[in-house]
Design a protein around this ligand. Structure first.
Ligand SMILES: NC(=O)c1ccc[n+]([C@@H]2O[C@H](COP(=O)([O-])OP(=O)(O)OC[C@H]3O[C@@H](n4cnc5c(N)ncnc54)[C@H](OP(=O)(O)O)[C@@H]3O)[C@@H](O)[C@H]2O)c1
Length: 242
């Protein structure tokens, strides 16, 4: 068990990639905080299943209107924070021409402001503890940037998250705080369901398939464990070659 007794907080773990990261962390012996926004059922079912093998607590928070306190609650419950996985994220499908300032702000609040504030809180505890790790889930949308009319603000918010990753890795290094980001490509979760151009998108992937949540979670486990002990400030793409 390569994460035995590590205290790991995963945001957006009520479904998809975050839920799979939680399952794999539990298999490796970690104790878990599972954050959710609206899907209490998903979070509760996951917590019930994982609590058979480890300590689990669930936390509700909407990142579009408040942030920061989640880490304090987690540390109060678990005593420390070894790893923060900033996985929660949203996409709203709003076209460039229709987007309001509220749409733009909400996207940035959830996808980059909340991870920043959570990292700030985590840093305080990790410094006192003698180290820790932060893993941010970005997106390959950053690579294509403004390529899609309906994901411009999504791509920009994730680009901000990547910049924060590199900057925080520099700040954290002397405190043994390692900060990395993962850039998933097309991963089959509810975020992709119903996408009109899915067939077209899948054809672009050299490995000829969509990714699975496990494809991403495996790399999170590697970074979170001692095997990832000399990796910081990296943006790792998991996109089947796209
Ligand atoms: N799937 C892909 O192809 C893909 C590709 C690139 C990057 N990503 C990134 O991977 C991460 C996980 O996405 P996923 O595919 O697993 O999708 P998902 O199943 O929809 O998970 C998204 C998670 O984020 C949470 N969330 C959404 N809005 C929130 C808000 N306002 N406040 C707090 N939490 C909020 C959701 O909470 P509730 O459901 O509880 O409301 C859910 O737990 C995201 O950061 C996404 O941008 C995904």
């Amino acid at each position: 068990m390569i994460l035995k007794d590590k205290k790991i907080l995963i945001t957006g773990a009520s479904s998809g990639i975050g839920a799979e990261i939680a399952r794999k962390c539990a298999e490796e012996g970690a104790q878990l905080g599972i954050h959710f926004f609206e899907n209490i059922r998903g979070a509760q079912e996951l917590a019930d299943a994982l609590s058979k093998v480890t300590s689990v607590k669930i936390y509700q928070q909407d990142f579009s209107d408040e942030d920061g306190k989640l880490v304090s609650k987690f540390v109060k419950d678990f005593g420390r924070i070894d790893i923060l996985v900033n996985n929660a994220g949203m996409i709203d499908g709003k076209a460039f021409e229709e987007m309001t300032v509220e749409d733009y702000n909400t996207m940035f609040y959830v996808n980059s402001r909340a991870p920043f504030m959570l990292a700030q809180q985590a840093f305080k505890h990790m410094k006192e503890q003698g180290g820790g790790k932060i893993i941010n889930i970005s997106s390959f949308a950053v690579k294509y940037g403004m390529g899609r009319n309906r994901s411009i603000h999504y791509a920009a918010s994730k680009a901000t998250l990547e910049t924060l990753t590199v900057a925080l890795a520099r700040l954290g290094a002397k405190h043994n705080i390692l900060v990395n980001a993962i850039r998933p490509g097309v991963i089959m979760t509810k975020l992709q369901k119903g996408r009109e151009d899915l067939d077209q998108v899948l054809q672009r992937i050299p490995l000829n398939r969509a990714g699975t949540p496990a494809d991403v979670a495996n790399t999170v486990i590697h970074l979170a464990s001692d095997k990832g002990g000399f990796i910081t400030g990296e943006i790792i793409t998991i996109a089947g070659g796209e």
